[in-house]
Design a protein around this ligand. Structure first.
Ligand SMILES: *[C@@H]1O[C@H](CO)[C@@H](O)[C@H](O)[C@H]1NC(C)=O
Ligand SMILES: *[C@@H]1O[C@H](CO)[C@@H](O)[C@H](O)[C@H]1NC(C)=O
Ligand SMILES: *[C@@H]1O[C@H](CO)[C@@H](O)[C@H](O)[C@H]1NC(C)=O
Length: 377
């Protein structure tokens, strides 16, 4: 309906514009009766052309989105009709259209009232590359508890009561303590987290002190970093103690990761790996890719990710692949050449066997690499 209204509005505009044009002719004819009609001002012609082009574009869109006129495609799930309107209001991701059922569910809400409690639904769309999602006009659901003080340390206790636990299913946990006990791997046990990035236990480790030392010695200081797939934000937390600002991209995947990062006083970005990094070219000193970036990502997507990292890194900035894993042969045949395309200097390059059960089964290896972007190309 909104679409039809928009179309009507444009038709109205077109009518008005056409009338102005004839009025212009008429009035100039009355005034002086010149031998030839004066040329129509360029800007008026351009406006009219734009309006005509918009109308024919919208008419075409309406025809293709109308299932009754596209007989052969009638079996395809129907795209929510309002979607076209939303795309005119603000950008939405092109892959949104590949998930019409989910999208329809997401956009099925009552404007100006409380939003459905559907943040897991929004995340499942985002994970499918539907990011940005269409915007909505409803009120997000929030718990009425607020943190009562600033976090004294990013490793202090995280308050439970500001999280709506009914969204999350991991381990049936309804508290951060429960998640911490479930598995230290999840990143919620802040006593465990407090020791991370500090020690050199294997070749795969790059302690922060060493990282900062390396950057200082090449006179390439780290002020601002991006942690891709940063979980609960522990890298950002450790760097904060060194007065370095780190933005953490993190998804929730069944546990309140974004909330945890925020409650620690750090900056969470809820963006998927497919997303163009939402920072300007050459403004970041370091991008760290945690082991969320690994062989499960389609190769083409990974290549675009690496080149987007290159875009946001300043000259002399660093890309840190932290515990990247792949099959042993693929590292040699696929990933090393892919990383090589960037033309970065290998400051660190360490490969070891991945010795957990899936690593042994699949013949996987870990790579930790610190790579420096060249100063000039
Ligand atoms: C928490 O989520 C549940 C369902 O997911 C919802 O019914 C409830 O209203 C939410 N609570 C708050 C305070 O938003
Ligand atoms: C961080 O900044 C504070 C305030 O300026 C300063 O006292 C502290 O020494 C700095 N810490 C480091 C590790 O540089
Ligand atoms: C890693 O695994 C390969 C294949 O199983 C083996 O040949 C190699 O010796 C292992 N390397 C180390 C350091 O254990």
């Amino acid at each position: 309906m909104g679409f039809t209204m928009g179309l009507n509005m444009i038709l109205l505009l077109a009518m008005v514009a056409t009338n102005i044009l004839s009025l212009y002719h008429l009035s100039s004819n009355l005034q002086s009766k010149p031998p030839a009609p004066p040329p129509v001002p360029d800007h008026l012609v351009r406006q009219l052309q734009t309006i005509r082009a918009t109308i024919s574009h919208l008419t075409r869109l309406q025809q293709t989105s109308n299932p009754s006129t596209s007989g052969a495609k009638a079996s395809r799930p129907k795209i929510p009709s309002d979607l076209l309107t939303y795309t005119h209001i603000s950008p939405i991701a092109s892959s949104c259209k590949d998930y019409p059922e989910l999208l329809y569910q997401y956009m099925n809400y009552t404007p100006f009232s409380l939003c459905p409690s559907d943040s897991p639904l929004a995340e499942s769309l985002i994970l499918r590359g539907c990011h940005p999602l269409p915007r909505r006009r409803c009120f997000s659901r929030t718990t009425n508890a607020n943190p009562t003080s600033l976090p004294t340390s990013p490793f202090g206790t995280i308050p439970d009561n500001t999280v709506n636990w009914s969204y999350y299913s991991k381990g049936n946990c309804k508290s951060f303590t429960c998640l911490a006990k479930l598995s230290p791997e999840l990143g919620f046990d802040l006593k465990v987290e407090k020791a991370k990035f500090l020690e050199y236990k294997t070749d795969l480790d790059l302690p922060i002190s060493q990282l900062l030392q390396l950057s200082r010695s090449s006179r390439s200081f780290i002020r601002l970093a991006l942690d891709v797939g940063g979980g609960t934000g522990t890298f950002a937390a450790q760097m904060k103690l060194h007065n370095v600002t780190v933005i953490t991209t993190t998804m929730n995947l069944g546990a309140p990761y974004n909330e945890a990062v925020a409650l620690r006083g750090l900056l969470p970005l809820h963006v998927p790996l497919q997303q163009r990094l939402p920072v300007f070219d050459g403004v970041v000193d370091l991008v760290r890719c945690g082991h969320g970036v690994n062989r499960w990502i389609p190769l083409t997507a990974m290549e675009f990710l690496f080149f987007d990292v290159d875009r946001v890194l300043r000259a002399g900035g660093y890309l840190w692949l932290d515990h990247f894993f792949s099959k042993r042969l693929d590292l040699v045949k696929v990933y090393t050449p892919l990383i090589g395309k960037l033309g970065y200097k290998k400051v660190k390059w360490a490969v070891t066997n991945k010795t957990d059960s899936s690593g042994l089964k699949n013949g996987e290896v870990y790579l930790t690499a610190l790579l420096q972007k060249p100063i000039s190309r």
